[in-house]
Structure formats: structure tokens, C-alpha cells
Design a protein around this ligand. Structure first.
Ligand code: ADP
Ligand code: MG
Length: 388
């Protein structure tokens, strides 16, 4: 834990980013527009963030020399994905770099067993669940966990590493299929819809929270997030914001954090998972909020004051997956009709500069703004129609 406030890192200086994906790239853009320079650590020579950073250290996330080099350049380092080895953050701290968030917070949220235990301790409701480390734990699991979902405790994302199970037999099979790794078994809940809250917490403990986004997934991957600027202070959004702040406080968190929630058919709010970084469902903030989630990450990492999370417009964010590059069953990719997308009023296009389109791969997103939700939705339908 950081104690008190150290002096901020100022524009002109360097910030470090572990991870070279699109979240890292959008962090670089935000940092650079504030006058910072960024050093990115990522092994991929074609990484989206490495391509725009002032410095790209091409090495593994746990490469001791590379971590020493990063700490030598940057006074503070942040990350863009939860699977960064906590030991790497500890190594950076050992070299005198500030790590925001710190290794302890990241270690908790990168393991579903620790994450759910932590949420429960913090007084935030989670789905009924049971840690599963061996088949015996499935045999003795409460009946109430069926039908359920067996999720690998570590390294899951976009619906990968999880299996829906309606019986103990299926759960035993799924545990075997997942390689016998530690898992959690959780009850399948009756969802009305899903929402998420992005917040930032500074070194001094100050917090800012964005209005919750309503999220729709397709094949386990986020497809659409929307925020009605007029409903941002509604009851559910406010309750989710308060729960997310409670989580950030309990973690003594420094940086940007996202909490995914389920809203159940009876109205109850259940925390699903925590991401220790900006989140796909917060991309709407790039155009529809006074300060974006990426600029908040820059500010929090540098120890600067956090920014205004106020809404400028209602917004629908459409994810652009690689599937859009392939017509029907075509094997070869073609570029979508960007000019027609940009012709739709309120549409703002963000592409991540990935060399190759692949099905299911996140290639970019479009934020579609409107004076109200009806207008944003109507414009978003036009964008979706253009993309086919
Ligand atoms: P990931 O790390 O892949 O995002 P999640 O735990 O968020 O994994 O699960 C992915 C999606 O599966 C959720 O967004 C939700 O739609 C559905 N889901 C997950 N857990 C439950 C549950 N307990 N009950 C009902 N649906 C669930
Ligand atoms: Mg999720």
C-alpha cells in the first residue's frame, strides 16, 4: 500500500505500461495528449500499444532484465490486463517504480476464488458459489449450485474457460475437460440484464465514478454497451456505483477499476467480476464523458488529480469484431465500409491498428452519441446496418 501522497509525476516524464493490446494503446494516446511519454512492455513486435509508444520493450512480462529497464525509465507503471504476473509488479516495485495498481490488488482479482472471497468479505453480494479444487468438492457441492457454471479460477476472459453444467456428472466432466485446474462452481442466476461500473481511485484516496453502462454480450464477448445520460443517477446505477466504490476502498486500490454486475429478474444486484484496469464497457467514456477512462488511468498512475466523469451525451458503443471483415462464409478478409460509418451523425470510430482480422478478435469500436438515448440508438442501428 502506498501511504500518503508522494509528489505527482508531471507531463514530460515517462509512464510505464505492461501489456501492448488495445487498452494499452488507448492509454498511450491519452498519456501522450497530456504530454507524457510511454514505455510499453510486450513481447509482440506488432502490438497495438508498442506501435504508438515512445519506447517498446519487446520482452516477456516476467523478463527480469526488461522489468529493470522499464523501472529505470518510468517512475510509475500500470497495466492493461489482469493476467500480468503479480511477481512482475513486485519486481518493478523492488526496483523503485510505483506500481498502480499494486501487486496485492491484482493478485486478488486475477483469481476467481480469491476474488469471490474478497467480495464476500467486503459485504458485496456474489452468486452462490463453491471453490472447486478436486472432484470431491463437486460431489459435495450444494444442490443449489445446479444448474451452474464451472469457471476456471485463472486466465478466463470473453467467456473462455467456463462451462455451463446442469448436473454433478456434467460438472465432473467439465472439471476434467478444463484440465483439473482450480475452478469455481457458481449457480446460474436469472439475469434481467448486465451492467458495469468504471471508477478511478487516486493515491490520496479520492475517487470518481462513471455512470453504469448496460452491456449485451454475443457468444460470451461484449457486443454493445449503452449509457442513457438521463438515467445515470437512477437507483440501480447509484447502487452499483456505491458497491464498486466499496470494493475499491477495501482493496486500497490506486488506478482505474471496473466491476461487472448482474441485475437479477427480482432486481437484486450481484457483483460478477472485477477488472483492475480500464474496461471494454468503459470505451464510451472516450467520447461521451468529460474525461475518458484512459485519461483517468494516466492521472491516477501519475498521482495527479482525477477528472470529471460527467456525461456529455447518451451513447451506444458497438464493438467491432474481426467477423465484420468476413462476408458470410468468405475465407478472405475485406475492409468494412468506414466512410459510411463515419457518415452517420454522432458516430466516432476507433480502430486498434491490428495487422490481421480474425473472427472473435476485437479490432475496434464505434461510439455513437445522441442528444438522448432514442437518438443514440437510432443512429447506432444505422451504423450496424452499414456494417451488415
Ligand atoms: P469472463 O471472464 O469470460 O467475462 P464472466 O464470469 O464475466 O467471464 O462470464 C461471462 C458471461 O457469462 C457473463 O457476462 C454472463 O452473461 C454469463 N454468466 C456468468 N456467470 C453467470 C451466472 N452465475 N449466472 C448467469 N449468467 C452468468
Ligand atoms: Mg466478464
Amino acid at each position: 500500500n502506498e501511504r500518503g501522497t508522494s509528489s505527482p509525476i508531471l507531463p514530460g516524464d515517462w509512464l510505464g505500461m505492461i501489456g501492448g493490446g488495445q487498452l494499452g494503446r488507448m492509454f498511450c494516446h491519452a498519456a501522450q495528449s497530456l504530454g507524457f511519454k510511454v514505455a510499453v512492455l510486450d513481447p509482440d513486435p506488432l502490438s497495438p500499444a508498442g506501435a504508438v509508444a515512445e519506447r517498446h520493450i519487446r520482452a516477456a512480462y516476467d523478463d527480469a532484465e526488461a522489468l529493470a529497464e522499464l523501472a529505470g525509465i518510468c517512475k510509475a507503471v500500470t497495466t492493461e490486463f489482469e493476467n500480468v504476473p503479480a511477481a512482475s509488479l513486485e519486481a518493478l516495485a523492488g526496483h523503485g517504480a510505483l506500481t498502480r495498481p499494486d501487486a496485492r490488488a491484482v493478485a486478488i482479482v486475477q483469481d476467481r476464488i480469491q476474488e469471490k472471497a474478497f467480495l464476500t468479505r467486503s459485504g458485496v453480494p456474489v452468486a452462490p458459489y463453491q471453490p472447486i479444487e478436486n472432484p470431491a468438492a463437486i460431489v459435495s457441492a450444494p444442490d443449489a449450485l445446479f444448474p451452474g457454471i464451472l469457471k476456471a479460477a485463472r486466465l478466463g476472459y470473453d467467456g473462455k474457460g467456463q462451462v455451463r453444467v446442469s448436473s454433478r456428472e456434467q460438472a465432473l466432466q467439465a472439471f476434467h475437460d478444463l484440465g483439473g485446474r482450480p475452478c469455481v462452481l457458481e449457480a446460474l442466476l436469472p439475469l434481467d440484464h448486465e451492467i458495469s461500473v468504471v471508477l478511478a481511485r487516486g493515491v490520496d484516496g479520492a475517487t470518481v465514478v462513471y455512470p453504469s453502462a448496460t452491456n449485451a454480450h454475443r457468444d460470451g464477448i461484449l457486443a454493445v454497451s449503452s449509457v442513457d445520460a438521463a438515467a445515470a443517477t437512477g437507483d440501480v446505477s447509484r447502487a452499483a456505483g456505491e458497491a464498486a466504490l466499496q470494493i475499491a476502498e477495501a482493496l486500497h486500490y490506486v488506478g482505474v477499476l471496473c466491476v461487472e454486475f448482474f441485475v437479477l429478474t427480482d432486481g437484486r444486484l450481484i457483483a460478477n467480476e472485477i477488472a483492475p484496469r480500464p474496461h471494454n464497457s468503459g470505451h464510451y467514456t472516450m467520447n461521451a464523458s468529460v474525461v475518458s477512462q484512459f485519461e483517468q488511468q494516466v492521472r491516477a498512475t501519475a498521482g495527479l488529480p482525477l477528472g470529471d466523469t460527467g456525461s456529455l451525451a447518451s451513447v451506444v458503443m458497438l464493438n467491432l469484431l474481426g467477423d465484420l471483415w468476413f462476408e458470410a462464409d468468405a475465407a478472405t478478409a475485406r475492409e468494412p465500409d468506414w466512410a459510411s460509418v463515419l457518415a452517420v451523425p454522432g458516430a466516432q470510430l476507433h480502430l486498434y491498428g491490428k495487422a490481421e482480422a480474425r473472427r472473435g478478435r476485437k479490432m475496434g469500436h464505434v461510439n455513437v452519441l445522441g442528444a438522448d438515448m432514442a437518438q443514440a440508438q437510432q443512429r447506432a442501428r444505422r451504423v450496424a446496418a452499414v456494417l451488415g
